[in-house]
Write a protein that binds this ligand. Structure first.
Ligand SMILES: *Cc1c(COP(=O)(O)O)cnc(C)c1O
Ligand SMILES: [Zn+2]
Length: 365
């Protein structure tokens, strides 16, 4: 049976509607009997992230009514001039961002737990994904957002019937407001950052790349704010390695916006925790996280893979958005940071590398 385990003090907790962090303040991970992976079994499942359902602590009846066909996104060559560089088109998702991977699993679990209402906070895309899957599960939903969130994202959340609570403050102020409401109302905190079920969904990013390439790539370019894609990708490749399916983890090259880069700074200084920074303003609203709650886990994951951090400037993000569009890929401004990071990365001739296209261009200005 699955249970929560504290990443800081190791205390084990039962999985309940109200538990979202340890009493010591530590982050919760999932502890369950992970079966070894068997890629030969995967083709027996439908074409969605639940192709890998055997690797998740969920039953068929749990996810079957919830899935909207998320995942199994294309992996394609970026352009003819760049051998070995692939993009994974994760904007081809029900709500147009990779957050559907995690939201589908998390909302399936909240339904199993009997949630009548959920609360989440987000810079936009996670809130949209939670709102959509909450609608599909007939669960009421409040989403806490900044009053500066792109109007198109706000409209998308509203369309799914979620109540919007727009707050004037930092991303941390918004999370704190959501957490106070969770305590006041006694409802489920459907947090993509805190709840480890979300990462059971984002780890499928790794499984799909493995299937599409027929092996692990040498390198992953991954944007990082709260690290839900980065940690998911890391957990996924780690499961492949622990099962003896691959023999080496891809190197994780993490990208942050220079104007809000607490993790890049901590990494450079060799620190294992990240001191909060002041967000001085970035076009990449989706990765502008000044105090990431899972910072120690993210720093450790990047170090373990022999990876590195790259910070990108505002002008580089804007230029990367333009260049991607000229290649035919219309991505959200935040997601252009990934390509900007790639352009600063020194790639070897024979290196195989994957860049995620995290969200669709129509989500931002
Ligand atoms: C959520 C998001 C990210 C970053 O994900 P984190 O989990 O915060 O690291 C990057 N790009 C886009 C478009 C996103 O929606
Ligand atoms: Zn603890």
């Amino acid at each position: 049976m699955a249970r929560y385990i504290c990443a800081s003090c190791g205390t084990v907790h039962e999985i309940t509607l109200s538990r979202w962090k340890c009493d010591c303040g530590g982050m919760l991970d999932l502890d369950f009997d992970r079966k070894g992976l068997d890629p030969a079994a995967w083709p027996g499942y439908p074409a969605s992230i639940f192709r890998y359902a055997e690797t998740m602590p969920l039953e068929y009846e749990d996810w079957k009514p919830v899935t909207m066909g998320e995942g199994q996104t294309p992996l394609i060559v970026l352009d003819g001039a760049r051998a070995g560089t692939y993009v994974k088109v994760d904007y081809m998702m029900p709500t147009l961002s990779f957050k559907d991977r995690g939201a589908a699993v998390l909302m399936a679990k909240s339904k199993v737990l009997g949630a009548g209402k959920v609360i989440a906070d987000s810079s936009g895309n996670a809130g949209t994904a939670i709102a959509a899957y909450a609608a599909r599960c007939n669960i009421a939903c409040d989403i806490y957002l900044s009053d500066a969130t792109s109007p198109k994202k706000v409209a998308q959340v509203k369309a799914h019937g979620a109540e919007i609570r727009q707050i004037n403050g930092t991303r941390e102020d918004i999370a704190a407001a959501a957490q106070r409401a969770v305590a006041r109302e006694g409802v489920f905190y459907a947090s993509h950052v805190y709840n480890p079920y979300f990462y059971e969904g984002t780890k499928t990013y790794a499984f799909e790349i493995f299937e599409e390439l027929g092996r692990a790539p040498d390198t992953l370019i991954v944007p990082v704010g709260n690290g839900t894609l980065l940690l998911g990708a890391y957990y996924g490749f780690k499961e492949l390695m622990d099962s003896g399916v691959i023999d080496r983890l891809p190197k994780i090259v993490a990208v942050q916006a220079a104007n809000c880069a607490p993790l890049a700074r901590a990494f450079e200084r060799g620190e294992s925790v990240a001191a909060p920074v002041q967000n001085t303003g970035t076009l990449a609203e989706g990765i502008a996280i000044a105090a990431p709650a899972r910072a120690p886990q993210i720093l450790e994951a990047v170090r373990e893979t022999g990876g590195e951090f790259i910070s990108v400037e505002e002008s580089e993000i804007a230029e990367a958005r333009r260049e991607m569009s000229e290649k035919g890929f219309y991505v959200e401004v935040t997601s252009a940071a990934n390509y900007a990071g790639y352009l600063k990365y020194v790639k070897k001739e024979d290196e195989t590398l994957v860049i995620p296209l995290c969200a669709a261009g129509i989500k931002s200005e």
